[in-house]
Ligand binder design. Structure first.
Ligand code: NAD
Ligand code: TYD
Length: 360
């Protein structure tokens, strides 16, 4: 039975990954989920697995060397998937320090603990052990020419404290590969969307605001482009790289689905109008009149676009969910899980929202 150590498994992509892996492998695998439960971590995302014999949750910080080493000492870990991170660009602009601490130093702690557990006396590594570091396309910077794409060979050019911290963590992983032949991969994925995404990110924020008749804040001219991928397709890519990727390589993951932010907002409004029955009082809230152009994000990257040629050619990865279908599934999920959203937005989120959007 393969044992996975998933960090940040209570967050958006991490929890979708746990769902994906148990759906795919059932009881053939064991998952240990290590998460510090910051504002972004939510055990409600994983309630289906509570009490499951082959699932364990450990509340620990990836910066905590002793706690992480203990997990490796007590378990024979075969795969590490490192999702744990501070992940929101706006928060990184307001408070960069924790991004470097978690994303860079936390990744270093994970690498060291895995190296210590997996290294043989002669400096080689135990058979079959693999570490996958989950990263982002934002490390490549911003594309100006509409014909350009991010390839694995595109030089790193991060702009925000978030993307700079992710780029730094990628370089640390690369250093372990180059120096020790440490068995790691890096994946750089485009923007994900789907169930369980925290409503600080564009898609769930717009869904939540539209349902409650709150303004829909559009940064700048609304024409910044992101390349959106349904979260399960990202999880599928991670699993494929872990099992069949070439050790030490990096793989870009993205589905050629570029959209301007304003287009995304219109699609969400149209889909909500389609899905909400006339008898639902929230339907009257959903309106284009809520769209409000606000001051742009500082250093706002104009366009991200991934070329997924390598993962397609080497591993046969293809996205399964097109945007038209994925956004419908996502909106349906939020409509069916209103308690999930209410629980999140009733706490500290109010203060966050006030601070980020007041006077903007
Ligand atoms: P998220 O913010 O939803 O979740 C992050 C999780 O990490 C949370 O559960 C949080 O509690 C946990 N965490 C934070 N600091 C920690 C620490 N010090 N120790 C242990 N746990 C900690 O993020 P996400 O959107 O799920 O992103 C997951 C990973 O994927 C990140 O590394 C991010 O850079 C990367 N990524 C995200 C996207 C995207 O569109 N969301 C795209 C590409 C790559
Ligand atoms: P976001 O979901 O924060 O992801 P990222 O910045 O990592 O790509 O933002 C996606 C895009 O939407 C980005 O161009 C910023 C923009 N945006 C808004 O216009 N309004 C908002 O309230 C938010 C959160 C984002």
């Amino acid at each position: 039975m393969r044992t996975y150590l998933v960090t940040g498994g209570a967050g958006f992509i991490g929890s979708n990954f746990v769902h994906y892996m148990f759906r795919k492998y059932g009881d053939e695998i064991r998952i240990i989920n290590v998460d510090a439960l910051t504002y972004a971590g939510n055990l409600a995302n994983l309630k289906d697995f509570e009490g499951k014999e082959n699932y364990t949750f450990v509340k620990a910080d990836i910066r905590d060397k002793a706690a992480i080493t203990k997990i490796f000492e007590e378990n024979d870990i075969d795969r590490v998937v490192n999702f744990a991170a501070e992940s929101h660009v706006d928060r990184s602009i307001a408070n960069p320090e924790v991004f470097v601490e978690t994303n860079v130093l936390g990744t270093l702690v994970m690498l060291n603990a895995a190296k210590q557990a997996w290294e043989n006396e002669d400096g080689s590594f135990k058979e079959g052990k693999r570490f996958l570091h989950v990263s982002t396309d934002e490390v490549y910077g911003s594309l100006e020419n509409p014909e350009d794409y991010f390839y694995e060979t595109t030089p790193y050019d991060p702009h925000s404290p978030y993307s700079a911290s992710k780029a730094s963590s990628d370089f640390i992983v690369k250093a372990y590969v180059d120096t020790y032949h440490f068995p790691a991969f890096i994946t750089n994925c485009s923007n994900n969307y789907g169930p369980y995404q925290f409503p600080e990110k564009l898609i769930p924020l717009i869904i939540n605001n539209a349902l409650s008749g709150k303004k829909l804040p559009v940064y700048g001219d609304g024409k910044n482009v992101r390349d959106w991928l349904y979260v399960d397709d990202h999880c599928k890519g991670i699993d494929m790289v872990l099992e069949n990727g070439r050790l030490g390589e990096k793989y870009n993951i993205g589905g050629h689905n570029e959209k301007q932010n304003i287009e995304i907002i219109h699609i969400i409004l149209d889909t909500l109008k389609e899905y909400l029955p006339d008898s639902d009082p929230r339907k009257a809230n959903v309106s284009e009149d809520l769209i409000t152009y606000v001051t742009d994000r500082k250093g706002h990257d104009r366009r991200y676009a991934i070329a997924p040629d390598k993962i397609k050619a080497e591993l046969g990865w293809e996205p399964e969910t097109c945007f038209a279908e994925g956004i419908k599934k996502t909106i349906k999920w939020y409509l069916e899980n209103l308690d999930w959203m209410t629980n999140i937005t009733s706490g500290d989120y109010q203060q966050y929202y006030e601070k980020m959007y007041k006077d903007r």
